[in-house]
Ligand binder design. Structure first.
Ligand SMILES: *Cc1c(COP(=O)(O)O)cnc(C)c1O
Length: 422
């Protein structure tokens, strides 16, 4: 097979100073006992080997203390979510008071929309990528209907130009400039799940604010993948799940960001629950609601400790590796995959993810010419876990925490062989 680089994948792996992190994860096995090539970290990140220990600690303390574990556990449960705050904030470029882990993604999106989507007759639209993740579409449509508006009129979708695969930032900014005065909310993904395009969040936010729009992001495919600066970019709110690149486990507890500038704005409409109530007086059990300043006041319920424990194991690994170091490796790893794919697949496949490193994360989306679904099945039976997205794309996500240059090389060898046979 043709080589993309003068260095072999062996040499690239040897030079990789993050290579030891792979050993901190369980990698699924093929029937012969060898590791699969796992490129599905954009769907479900692998299990850190330390998760069991973190979760068992809490099971043990539940066993020993019962309800008293809220205070007596080694890691008292009462403030447990706070143990994750600083690491989460560091990962996404936020201040601790702007970040909380709670609920799940779509739930958090709805909670944010209750506060930040305030349509009026003159300004009722939501601007969204036309090919946004379906759950986001549903959430936005239902919120529009909830407010008595019609999604056909209030949901403003932007699509790539004819014949192009992803959105141009200039087109997004132009549309905001033109339509901004009727847009209540701009809601984009950080990284589009299908194309792998990373949006220029800082520019979109600035353009939106110039027109008086609220700007929020869904970071499902960005958290743990990109280096971000949500606070400095002045983003109003963001939500993400923690089971993709964040490796928090299936259905993991999700994350939520609200900018500091909204911390004391108690006039924002909001759904209330007891966990958003001032901590000092919460257990006086008074009916009058006294909100916590900052994002924690969007918490409704006391959080699932076992879920937090699982995510905490992963956050400790992220902290040790450092998101900047991970991103540096990620750019090399994905660049290597891109070069090898282009050289070896030629015109039998097309990468629809932007070439510009600043407009993508680790994922590459490969549009297959021919029977892509069958090709995907064959790749899978050769021990590669990656996914197929209708209508015609194979997504691969080489993640810097546990993937290797050898994984990339092995994958391209397999897909090339299968496509050549077709
Ligand atoms: C994965 C993903 C979701 C999933 O939503 P859940 O509420 O976690 O089930 C939603 N939106 C986007 C953009 C996603 O990528």
């Amino acid at each position: 097979m043709f080589k993309a680089d003068s260095l072999s994948y062996h040499e690239l792996d040897e030079k990789d100073n993050l290579s030891s992190f792979r050993r901190k994860f369980f990698v699924p096995k093929k029937p012969d006992g060898s590791d699969v090539i796992y490129f599905a970290g954009n769907s479900l990140g692998l299990q850190p080997k330390t998760v069991r220990e973190y979760v068992e600690q809490e099971l043990k303390d539940w066993e020993i203390f019962g309800v008293e574990g809220h205070y007596a556990a080694k890691n008292p449960w009462m403030p447990y979510h706070e143990y994750l705050t600083e690491q989460t904030a560091a990962l996404i470029g936020a201040k601790p008071m702007e970040v909380v882990n709670m609920n799940t993604l779509t739930v958090n999106l709805h909670l944010m929309l209750v506060s930040f989507y305030r349509p009026t007759k003159e300004r009722h639209k939501i601007l969204i990528e036309g090919h946004a993740f379906p759950s986001d579409h549903y959430a936005l449509q239902s919120q529009i209907r909830f407010h008595g508006f019609n999604p056909a009129e209030s949901l403003l979708e932007i699509f790539p130009r004819e014949g192009e695969n992803y959105l141009r930032t200039e087109d997004i900014l132009e549309l905001i400039k033109k339509e901004g005065s009727s847009i209540a909310l701009i809601m984009f993904a950080g990284v589009n799940y299908y194309t792998g395009q990373a949006f220029e969040m800082d520019k979109i936010t600035k353009a939106g604010h110039e027109k008086g729009c609220v700007v929020g992001f869904d970071l499902a495919h960005a958290a743990g993948n990109l280096v971000m600066a949500l606070h400095d970019w002045d983003i109003d709110f963001a939500v993400w799940c923690s089971y993709k690149y964040m490796n928090g486990g299936p259905g993991a507890i999700a994350g939520c960001f609200v900018h500091e500038k909204h911390a004391l704005n108690f006039d924002l409409p909001q759904l209330w629950g007891w966990w958003g109530h001032d901590k000092v007086t919460r257990f006086l059990m008074q009916p009058k609601y006294v909100p916590i300043p900052g994002v924690e006041r969007w918490q409704l319920s006391n959080p699932p400790i076992l879920q937090l424990a699982s995510l905490r194991a992963s956050l400790d690994i992220f902290e040790e590796a450092g998101i900047n170091n991970l991103r540096e490796k990620s750019e090399k790893l994905t660049g290597y995959a891109e070069d090898l794919l282009k050289e070896n697949l030629g015109d039998k496949a097309e990468i629809i993810t932007p070439e510009d490193k600043n407009q993508r994360g680790c994922q590459l989306s490969i549009r297959i010419i021919g029977d892509g679904r069958r090709i995907h099945e064959k790749i899978n039976s050769e021990g590669v876990i990656c996914d197929w997205r209708e209508p015609d794309v194979i997504r691969i996500a080489p993640t810097p925490l546990y993937n290797t240059f050898a994984d990339v090389y092995g994958f391209v060898e397999i897909i090339k062989k299968i496509i050549d046979e077709e």
